[in-house]
Design a protein around this ligand. Structure first.
Ligand SMILES: Cc1ncc(COP(=O)(O)O)c(C=O)c1O
Length: 364
């Protein structure tokens, strides 16, 4: 199955039946909208009082919610991720929940890593496709159709073997979707992600990201081909039937992008700091799993012990949350640490000392 051909066929069919949808960008939101040199009274909007591009977009993207800021951000995100196109969603959760059921139906198969995020699992449930979970990062366990994984796993901080997954996908003629929520802004050139860092854009059909983590704002997006974008505009229900991202939120993301573009590699700096911190923990005998990113778990095992360590850390001014099932598998409760550039080397040195003493005090 050649997915681009299948997608184009579906798009052609929609167009023949005059059912195709397209986004048009407006300069303003609210009750009056300027398009070119004319002002239109916008009765598609629920909030006539909103002037200009104020707080909310006031409509879904396919009605009058697409503002030129949305267009600009999508074009910038596409370039940033190394894809021809991008499409914004309300959040990363909504991007997953929109994209997977748009592509997959009850006769299809989705292969998802055992540790993928809840939003991916819910998206697959919603699609009614048959779900196969493959053992974490175990490529030999895969078959065909849509393969979904994260590139940096949210609770383990380890990396997916994306090259191997892409090759398996090629062998079995499957599409691949990679959730880069925790890789975007961190890995790759200017934080473009792990898919970019490893040059896998031609083999990965969809790169999903969130604006809520490294970008410090809110929203989600997918980076993909032009036809995939058109397909999602027509089929992703969380895109079609939901209010567009507020202009202020889009503006914040554009500001974050500009800052990333103008700065030297912030992601590389973060990864360096995280590696020093992780080594310190490991040298003291703590188990940080296979973490190779800014996300560093300290494996504890028992829920009660993870809670006790978390409580003791808080008493010493450190927030290190205890992550327990069902977020992680039974028996693998942990303290999850997420290093950011707001943490100085001195902070990390101090936190390292406190964590090591506390964890050892609890018999780790
Ligand atoms: C891997 C992964 N995907 C998707 C999401 C959801 O993104 P958002 O917070 O933008 O809804 C998260 C957020 O926690 C995540 O960790």
């Amino acid at each position: 199955m050649h997915y681009e051909a299948w997608i184009n066929e579906r798009l052609c069919d929609l167009s023949k039946r005059h059912l195709d949808r397209h986004v048009q960008a407006y300069l303003e939101a609210g009750g009056r909208i300027r398009i070119g040199d004319r002002t239109y009274l916008n009765f598609s909007s629920a909030a006539e009082a909103l002037r200009g591009a104020g707080c909310g977009a006031t409509a879904s993207r396919l009605l009058t919610g697409t503002l030129t800021w949305h267009d600009e951000l999508e074009q910038k995100l596409a370039r940033y991720k190394g894809y021809p196109c991008a499409l914004l969603f309300g959040s990363g959760f909504l991007a997953n929940v929109g994209t997977i059921p748009a592509l997959m139906g009850r006769n299809d198969y989705v292969f998802a890593d055992k540790l993928v995020h809840a939003s991916i699992v819910d998206a697959i449930m919603l699609s009614r496709a048959k779900l196969y979970r493959f053992r974490h990062n175990d490529v030999e366990h895969l078959e065909r159709r849509l393969i979904v994984t994260e590139s940096v796993f949210s609770m383990d901080g380890d990396l997916a073997p994306l090259q191997d997954i892409a090759h398996v996908a090629q062998r079995h003629d499957a599409m691949v979707m990679v959730d880069e929520a925790h890789a975007t802004g961190v890995f790759g050139p200017k934080g473009g992600g792990l898919v970019r860092e490893w040059g896998l854009e031609p083999m990965i059909n969809i790169g999903l990201g969130t604006l809520g983590k490294a970008f410090g704002g809110y929203g989600g997006f997918v980076a993909c081909s032009e036809s995939m974008r058109a397909f999602l505009i027509n089929h992703a229900r969380s895109f079609i039937y939901s209010t567009a991202l507020p202009p202020s939120v889009v503006g914040a993301a554009l500001g974050a992008m500009q800052m990333i573009e103008e700065s030297c590699d912030l992601g590389a700096q973060l990864l360096k700091n995280a590696a020093v911190f992780r080594n310190r923990l490991q040298e003291a005998g703590l188990n940080t799993g296979n973490s190779a990113s800014q996300i560093i778990p300290i494996m504890v095992g028992k829920n009660s012990k993870a809670l006790a360590i978390s409580k003791k850390l808080r008493e010493q001014g450190i927030i290190g949350l205890a992550i327990r099932p069902p977020t992680v598998p039974q028996g693998t409760a942990r303290i999850r640490l997420s290093v950011t550039l707001a943490h100085t080397r001195e902070d990390l040195e101090h936190v390292g000392q406190v964590i090591i003493a506390t964890a050892q005090g609890e018999g780790l």
